[in-house]
Write a protein that binds this ligand. Structure first.
Ligand code: ATP
Ligand code: MG
Length: 325
């Protein structure tokens, strides 16, 4: 990775980052239609190169087996979480990624502390875990609909009016603990405008093959739009930290949201800079001895090492192309 490319990615996502300690007001501070002056065709090309960059880094992350990454995706309904996951992760090895979707908590989940179910889905070292909704629901939907808090069966001293402030602190502490122990937390909020949500809902109603995506609950939540905007603003203000900052991704244009999400994840992986393990002098010697043995087994007329030969020819061809073009 050239420093220049890493710097371009850092520069690209800078306007999306919520400065730790700043007071966010979503409607004033972040424009859902922002697109950094890009056109869609340029965007599609950028995403393609971003996806292959992610594939390479994920391979190294898995090989290094030391760091893990948790990518939390939050959005209002029809914000584009599913499509973002599908596109951004399209190039990576499925064995290194696990996606968890968090819905209304089960009876078993309600019988534990509120972070329990999220902790259970954390990645192993070398893995990327994607949280489709995340522990942030605990200060969003639970805050907008306080009856959810009642269902959590908290003892009286734990459900006072300071519960949200306390949860912000607990979440920050938890993420700091994870970060300190090699698990980076990447947080993306897909910021959709009210009008674009209306259009996407209508599309889901108008197209029969999209009907299954629509639920009456979605419109009920939409009626609470302003309450959600306030809950999101408070959450972004309180939980964007140096170790796990929030990125507010403009989501009215799906193609742009996907580039942003890929860039934020790439930025994190570049920061980790995972390396393929060096097997060491001894193991290397053994490999060379084995290679000689395999070379001696070449059938009559066959090359001793067809792989090396092909590789050399490919490199020569590439060099020739470069020279001509
Ligand atoms: P889709 O894009 O398919 O609609 P979704 O993430 O909206 O995906 P749904 O099954 O429609 O999935 O909705 C999940 C619901 O679960 C959301 O309304 C969300 O607010 C709710 N939910 C998630 N976490 C909690 C929680 N901790 N307490 C209460 N409700 C929660
Ligand atoms: Mg839904």
């Amino acid at each position: 990775m050239s420093d220049e490319r890493a710097e371009r990615i850092a520069e690209f996502i800078r306007p999306l980052r919520v400065k730790p300690g700043s007071k966010v007001r979503l409607d004033r501070d972040f424009d859902p239609r922002y697109r950094a002056g890009l056109k869609k065709a340029e965007g599609v090309e950028l995403l393609r190169s971003g996806v292959s960059l992610l594939a390479e880094y994920q391979d190294r992350l898995a090989a290094a087996d030391s760091y893990g990454v948790v990518m939390c995706l939050q959005a209002l309904d029809a914000g584009g979480k599913d499509g973002t996951i599908r596109h951004v992760m399209s190039g990576v090895n499925p064995q290194g990624v696990r996606v968890s979707s968090f819905k209304v908590p089960s009876a078993e989940e309600l019988d534990h502390d509120y972070l329990w179910r999220y902790a259970k889905r954390l990645p192993e070292r070398g893995e990327i875990a994607i949280f489709n909704r995340s522990h942030y629901e605990e200060v969003l939907v639970v805050r907008v609909h306080p009856e959810n808090l009642l269902r959590q069966k908290l003892p009286e001293h734990a459900r006072g009016p300071d519960v949200w402030k306390r949860r912000y602190r607990e979440i920050n502490d938890w993420e700091r603990y994870l970060t300190d122990n090699g698990f980076k937390v990447v947080k993306i909020f897909l910021n959709l405008s009210r009008e674009e949500q209306r259009i996407r809902f209508l599309k889901r109603i108008d197209l029969p093959e999209k009907n299954w995506k629509f639920s009456a609950a979605d419109v009920r939540e939409r009626r609470r739009w302003d309450d959600y905007q306030l809950a999101f603003s408070a959450m972004l203000s309180a939980t964007s930290t140096e170790w796990a900052p929030w990125y507010v991704v403009p989501a009215d244009r799906k193609w742009f949201a996907r580039i942003c999400a890929a860039a934020v994840l790439a930025h994190t992986l570049i920061g980790i800079d995972p390396q393929y393990p060096d097997v060491g002098e001894e193991a290397r010697k053994e490999l060379l001895a084995t290679r000689r043995e395999l070379e001696r087994e070449a059938p009559a007329g066959a090359s001793a090492d067809p792989y090396a030969e092909r590789n050399k020819a490919d490199r020569k061809e590439k060099k020739g192309k470069k020279g001509r073009g």
